[in-house]
Design a protein around this ligand. Structure first.
Ligand code: COA
Length: 375
């Protein structure tokens, strides 16, 4: 069986930033407008007024300080409250491809691979801008890559599941080099008018180059020692948007379920034990002492959740460097979060250092990738 390494990573960070202060100001202006529109119902007691959001709550509940987005003008306009992302014409490059190409170029440069060395492209993300043709094939075309490409979606675990799929294909000889990208435009499926979740997400794209070990030449290489994926059905994180959305009974006005919905408390309670048990068991099965892991690059949804998982796996409070957070800068970027953490916090590790990339989210889905620095 072939051995597989991650030989390059790339992160495309959208230049536009929304701070918690800007976000809260826009949300509160929207709430005030709604309360003014519905003043009669509110004073008659037939409608609850919309409550204000607060910066303090957001930071305390999530650890998020700001987020990058593809368009802030619409999100911060109390009369719009969603990103102004134009539907592109069929003969223009798609927005996900544009983000993916930027991240991919960085990853390929770090890996030292050219387009003709890449045999396949996987576009793994929680939402795709169209049904078909696959975004991965457009990316493949834009980069001049031969071979094949396909899209996959496992929500927040798309990237780790994508790494497992790529590693398995390289091990079995389908190809010896795969580009796996995660363009996440979370701002497009977040309900910015919902106080309970309006602060959660940001946009980004990550890219990972995976190669058969003997072919890799880059200065920094992490061998994939083992992967493990798990799914367990839950409705606690759900988005009903899909191609049947127009077949709703006429007169149904409420479209809230066409965006991200979650029962955040249940997610917190149920997912933490599943993830920490899975990391500990996976390590044990591979003969790795989980308390000796040099680094954990966890999914970035919520800081307290990550602190909890880190404590359970390591058996002590992790040092900041052992379990890097990027939430404060990016917010939750769905599947890309653990890959940003890995891309930005792995170069300093010495050869033979071991770590785990771990994602979790809707499905529920959990994905582990145990890696060891080999170059
Ligand atoms: N500003 C101010 N107050 C807010 C608020 C906001 N933006 N949003 C909610 N509140 C209020 C709530 O109404 C509630 O008030 P109450 O106590 O009077 O009812 C209070 O703050 C606490 O809200 P709650 O939802 O219980 O907060 P929490 O501490 O459980 O944190 C989450 C909420 C969503 C951040 C947290 O549950 C979480 O992160 N869960 C996991 C989410 C996750 O990982 N999802 C995966 C997505 S891919």
């Amino acid at each position: 069986m072939q051995h597989v390494v991650i030989s390059g990573t790339g992160v495309f960070t959208p230049p536009e930033v929304i701070t918690n202060a800007e976000l809260v100001e826009a949300f509160n202006a929207y709430a005030d407008k709604q309360n003014a529109i519905h003043a009669d119902e509110i004073s008659a007691g037939t409608r609850e007024p919309m409550a204000h959001s607060s910066e303090e709550f957001i930071f305390k509940a999530s650890g998020i300080e700001r987020r990058h987005v593809m368009d802030k003008s619409g999100v911060l306009d109390p009369d719009v409250m969603h990103p102004n992302l134009r539907q592109r014409d069929d003969d223009e490059q798609g927005i996900m491809t544009e983000m993916a190409v930027a991240a991919a170029r960085e990853a390929m440069e770090k890996a030292g691979v050219s387009a003709d060395q890449v045999g396949a492209v996987i576009c793994a993300a929680s939402n795709h801008e169209r049904a078909y043709p696959a975004i991965a094939i457009e990316i493949q075309d834009a980069l001049g890559i031969a071979g094949f490409g396909f899209d996959m979606n496992v929500a927040c675990s798309s990237a780790t599941f994508g790494i497992q799929a790529a590693a398995d294909m390289i091990r079995s000889g389908s190809t010896d080099c795969i580009l796996m990208v995660n363009p996440e435009i979370c701002s497009g499926h977040l309900e910015w008018r919902d106080r309970d979740c309006h602060f959660i997400f940001g946009d980004v794209c990550t890219a990972v180059v995976l190669q058969e070990k003997s072919r890799a030449t880059s200065q920094t290489q992490f061998e994939i020692l083992s992967t493990r994926c798990l799914t367990q059905f839950s409705n606690n994180i759900r988005n009903n948007n899909g191609f049947l959305r127009r077949s709703r009974p006429s007169g149904v006005q409420d479209q809230r379920d066409m965006q991200f919905m979650q029962n955040g408390r249940q997610v917190f309670k149920q997912v933490v034990p599943i993830v920490s048990d899975m990391v500990v068991q996976h390590c044990a099965d591979e003969g790795v002492d989980p308390t000796k892991l040099d680094r954990m690059w966890l999914h970035q949804a919520n800081k307290s959740m990550n602190d909890f998982i880190g404590r359970k796996v390591l058996g002590r409070v992790p040092e900041l460097t052992e379990q890097p957070n990027i939430l404060q800068e990016y917010a939750n970027t769905s599947s890309a979060g653990s890959i940003i953490a890995f891309a930005q916090n792995s170069d300093d590790l010495p050869v033979n250092a071991m770590g785990i990339i771990c994602s979790f989210g809707a499905g529920y889905s959990v994905g582990n990738v145990i890696v060891k620095r080999v170059a």
